[in-house]
Design a protein around this ligand. Structure first.
Ligand code: NAD
Ligand code: UDX
Length: 459
């Protein structure tokens, strides 16, 4: 099938950047991204590209170049689906918060709604592409919905999971390690391979069966997260043995069988994917009665929760066992640098723990606003919205956030934090002035020479 029009359902962190790059590299294809969230679509259409709903380095430039030419953002979902030969489903698949599988399984209601919508409005044959991360065998459910419409429209279903990481999404999309396409119909697979073939060499486009493709996505995230939990486990051991986790990571990472990536000890991984996808993997394994497999992967999450908790425990015990009424300045709220995404950010859980101990929290993040921070805390339901508002203040100026603080907690590894005037910062803090570097981005000796009481992870 020759693809001239693509529709992508879901204008989020994956749909937006992925389709922008597909449009840039395929000027002959009209790409329309649709969403039920009219506010989000309006933000994508904002003339001022600094107001796009997602911050990703390089994204605004591509949107500016393609928007209105062959990239469109719209709320006209039905029309856009029907016009397209290829429809991507790129909606959210969060962990279920109710019913069977609550807290573990992926909630597939948004995906099912998309499938039903496609089934309802399609009048011509379509290739339907699962771009969302889905449990193994979801394609079966989508197929069943699409094949029972009663019309004579034909649907081919492909699994094409996305491997981009936030903060580097555009680079990852422009230069992917691989593109994975799982499917039954060779013709449909080749139609999608051609879209990617505009800029990805064919040896990087893997064709598999649909179930391998779905499972590979969950497995890739589980392996990546497992490396972080592994190094974080060693970081705690380092703190008891005078070994330095950075030195250990370097030493093991130089073994080409291990490799250097994803070995940065931290306050624990966050983001919308790792925890959700591992919980889902654990749930699937348990549902097949594979309890040892499930327990093995669950440990990655248990260790990650422990890492977040021990960071805040250490902060409290170092501040003479109480943070009640003390100002703690948090630098960073996003789950990693170069994104405005805060989903599952360790900062949320560390803040919540400190608030339970009656701390007063001052936050500065270069890309996250007060509304988002309050919403993240309110979502936990630990205290009233009013209490969160009273106890947590957000600042546009890091120095104002830090002024008169008892301690600084570095939550995100934003590059700008390294360039601050740390002597000046020492001068405006309460003494002793404590730094808890959850990302190991500052130099211990330099900080101690200024006068700080400095503690980091795994040293
Ligand atoms: P997101 O929440 O940023 O975006 C999803 C969008 O889908 C939202 O704007 C929502 O309004 C829209 N939507 C939901 N139901 C809809 C419907 N029925 N019709 C139209 N629009 C609808 O989510 P995301 O981060 O882009 O993730 C999407 C999927 O991609 C998830 O399955 C996720 O696991 C996967 N994924 C995410 C990343 C990442 O880094 N965020 C990376 C790889 C894969
Ligand atoms: C991840 C996967 O990397 C990506 O392939 C997938 O498509 C989506 O999930 P993302 O969550 O956007 O991407 O970012 P990632 O760079 O993987 O970081 C996830 C979390 O792990 C962040 O909180 C990050 O700070 C943390 N991390 C990462 C560490 O603590 N140490 C590391 O060495 C690497």
């Amino acid at each position: 099938m020759k693809i001239t029009k693509i529709c992508c359902i879901g204008a989020g962190y994956v749909g937006g950047p992925t389709m922008a790059v597909i449009a840039k590299k395929n000027p002959h294809i009209q790409v329309t991204i649709v969403d039920i969230n009219a506010e989000r679509i309006a933000a994508w259409n904002d003339k001022d590209v600094s107001k796009l709903p997602i911050y990703e380095p390089g994204l605004a430039e591509i949107v500016e170049e393609t928007r209105g030419k062959n990239l469109f953002f719209s709320t006209e979902i039905d029309k856009s689906i029907d016009e397209a030969e290829m429809v991507f489903i790129s909606v959210n698949t969060p962990t279920k918060t109710y019913g069977k599988g609550k807290g573990m399984a992926a909630d597939l209601k948004y995906v099912e709604l998309c499938a039903r919508n496609i089934a309802k409005v399609a009048t011509t044959d379509k290739i339907v592409v699962e771009k969302s991360t889905l449990p193994v065998r979801t394609a079966q459910a989508i197929k069943s919905i699409l094949h029972n419409t009663g019309s004579d429209v034909n649907f081919s279903i492909l699994s094409n999971p996305e491997f981009l990481a936030e903060g580097t999404a555009i680079q990852d999309l422009l230069n992917p390690d691989r593109v994975l396409i799982g499917g039954e119909s060779e013709e449909a697979i080749e139609s999608l391979a051609q879209v990617y073939g505009s800029w990805v060499s064919d040896d990087r486009i893997l064709r598999t069966n649909v179930w391998s493709s779905e499972l590979s996505k969950l497995t890739a995230n589980a392996f990546l997260a497992q490396r972080i939990s592994s190094i974080n486990a060693i970081s705690e051991l380092c703190e008891h043995t005078e070994a330095d986790v950075n030195e250990v990571a370097k030493a093991i990472g130089m073994d080409s069988r291990i490799g250097p990536k994803f070995l940065n000890a931290s306050i624990g991984f966050g983001g919308s994917c790792f925890q959700k996808d591992i919980l889902n993997l654990v749930y699937i394994a348990r549902s097949y009665g594979l309890n040892e497999v499930a327990d093995y992967w669950e440990q990655v999450i248990i260790l990650n929760d422990h890492q977040k908790r021990r960071f805040s425990d250490n902060l409290i015990s170092t501040l003479y066992n109480t943070v009640s009424g003390k100002k703690i300045a948090m630098l960073g709220w996003a789950f990693k640098k170069d994104t405005n995404d805060t989903r599952e950010s360790a900062a949320i859980y560390v803040a919540d723990h400190l608030l339970n101990e009656q701390a007063e929290i001052a936050v500065y993040d270069p890309k996250v606003n007060q509304q988002r921070i309050q919403a993240d805390l309110n979502y936990l339901n630990t205290r009233t919205e009013k209490e969160n508002e009273e106890l947590v203040t957000t600042f546009d100026d890091p120095y104002k956030a830090i002024e008169d603080a008892h301690a600084i907690a570095i939550m995100t590894e934003w590059d700008e934090f390294k360039t601050y005037d740390w002597k000046k910062i020492y001068g405006i803090m309460k003494k002793p002035a404590f730094i808890f570097d959850g990302r190991n981005i500052l130099d211990k000796t330099e900080m101690e020479n200024i006068g700080f009481e400095y503690s980091s992870i795994g040293k």
